[in-house]
Design a protein around this ligand. Structure first.
Ligand SMILES: *Cc1c(COP(=O)(O)O)cnc(C)c1O
Length: 491
């Protein structure tokens, strides 16, 4: 009996062709194209068929579903044609949030992508000479300008011998070179492979860290073809430990920035100066994986304990690797800055071809670096967010709170802390003012989930039974959208 009923139900299902002839569906096809609408109609019919087959839809339920079939096709079409990668409002107060796309790009970076990537560009072309060029020239010149002050006599001497007669370093800051790869993990891989393949690299046990997103030095080391030589203990490593591990197979000394954690208490670490001296004495290059790598002195922004790229180069580190989308505030990229002769070897490595970046990255990076050259730090969103004061953020929070608080939604402005994130300055927090929300009929987790259902979704923190919104990471022109959402939630 049941199967007879089912086969009758199957006969009531419309064909895709029949659906396409319905006026509502035809007008969808006129607007969005027949191909996409046909796919959507097919999906909807297949779903109905499956529901009938599984006994989920009885006769009356099927009639109901068929009356809503145009709406179902439209909804399916909307899902299929909408973006998966979407903008959202980051109200977490974590400036470099790896899950939320790390550094938002500067306006100038977006504009430069727009003007260069929509058409052809001189990515690898020397316009005047009319010959093939190199893609790294576009940013190398700016890095030279920003980092030349960090060149030590060692960089100069080595660069002079590498460049050869006729281009003395005194003629310009031709002392520190920089190349760009896909991300800092790639920068570390390329550097290790170039400088230490088949040999040993000495690293302190206290620096063998895993960085969010499963970046592990031992794994990258293995892939690079170099052998890891661990020295010292988790909490104490002296320069003598490095020295004793040096043998004829040693190719490189490596220091890794601990990024997302700090070891405190009974600790000892060889200083950069000691490692530089050891490297020079034994003829070994010293590499530092900075991870975050800032191009400005963050101390002037009130953020401590985060060495800049310049600090490392000035101290005599031969090669520094760092991310483009952490403290630098640019696009995802891995930067390798250091001795010109060593960087030239990396450029010549065939792995560089596999790890290089495209024109979008060069455009965004060049525009971001120009912000540094002009000292226009407010043009770089991450730097602007870092520099925003508690008082400024508090004023914006008070304005919002006054407009949205209700008997259903209680909104208070309280003291709190923002963090930089991205493994930068793990112990450094930025004082801020937070909007603390409690809702009469929703738990904090439910309220936070509700905030994510809006368009754009709002991502908040939940702490002590409250939803916390930190306006430090909310762009000022998003306050209005946030207000609209909070008003909607307040009644
Ligand atoms: C973040 C980080 C990395 C990985 O950089 P990506 O740009 O994410 O590939 C490597 N090393 C250190 C020390 C880091 O902080």
């Amino acid at each position: 009996m049941k199967s007879t009923a089912k086969s009758e139900l199957f006969r009531e299902l419309p064909s895709v062709d029949e659906l396409l002839r319905l006026p509502e569906v035809a007008s969808l096809a006129a607007a969005h194209g027949t191909a996409a609408v046909t796919d959507a109609a097919r999906t909807v019919v297949a779903r109905l068929r499956a529901e009938v087959a599984s006994g989920l839809l009885e006769s009356s339920a099927l009639q109901l579903a068929l009356r809503g079939v145009c709406g179902a096709i439209e909804e399916r079409l909307r899902q299929a044609l909408s973006y998966s990668l979407r903008p959202l409002i980051n109200a977490t107060g974590v400036i470099l949030h790896t899950n939320l796309g790390r550094a938002p790009l500067a306006e100038a970076a977006l504009a430069h992508i727009h003007e260069t990537a929509g058409g052809y560009s001189n990515l690898e072309f020397e316009i005047e000479a009319g010959v093939r060029g190199k893609r790294d020239v576009h940013v190398d010149r700016l890095f030279r300008q920003l980092l030349s002050a960090g060149a030590t006599s060692a960089h100069v001497a080595t660069a002079a011998s590498a460049v050869g007669a006729g281009q003395s370093p005194a003629e310009g800051p031709a002392t520190v070179s920089t190349i760009v790869v896909n991300n800092n993990a790639a920068a570390v891989l390329l550097t290790l492979n170039t400088l230490a393949e088949g040999g040993e690299v000495i690293v302190s046990r206290g620096e063998l860290v895993e960085i969010g997103g499963s970046f592990r030095i031992p794994d990258v080391m293995a892939k690079s073809g170099a052998t890891l030589r661990e020295v010292g203990t988790t909490n104490r490593t002296r320069v003598n430990d490095y020295e004793q591990a040096i043998n004829e197979r040693t190719h490189l000394l490596l220091r890794v920035h601990r990024s997302n954690f700090e070891i405190t208490g009974f600790t000892e670490q060889a200083s950069t100066a000691e490692l530089v001296m050891l490297g020079r004495k034994r003829g070994l290059p010293l590499m530092e994986d900075l991870g975050s790598g800032s191009l400005v002195d963050l101390q002037s922004f009130g953020i401590d304990a985060e060495p800049s790229v310049l600090d490392s180069l000035r101290a005599g580190v031969d090669v520094v690797t760092y991310s483009g989308d952490k403290l630098l505030g640019g696009p995802q990229a891995g930067l390798i800055s250091g001795r010109t002769d060593l960087v030239a070897r990396m450029r010549a490595n065939s792995l560089f071809r596999a790890l290089r970046v495209d024109k979008l990255t060069y455009a965004a990076l060049e525009a971001t670096l120009l912000g540094y050259v002009k000292r226009d730090y407010d043009a770089i969103p991450t730097l602007k967010m870092m520099r925003a004061t508690k008082a400024e953020i508090g004023r914006r929070a008070e304005v919002l709170a006054a407009k949205v608080s209700s008997s259903r939604l209680k909104v208070e402005v309280i003291d709190g802390e923002s963090v930089i994130g991205g493994g930068a300055a793990p112990s450094s927090v930025l004082p801020t003012r937070l909007l603390a929300l409690t809702c009469a009929d929703l738990s904090a987790d439910e309220l936070s989930a509700r905030l994510r259902t809006f368009d754009p979704p709002i991502i908040a923190r939940v702490e002590d039974g409250r939803v916390l919104l930190d306006l430090r990471t909310v762009f000022a022109d998003q306050d209005e959208a946030l207000k609209t959402v909070l008003i909607a939630l307040s009644h």
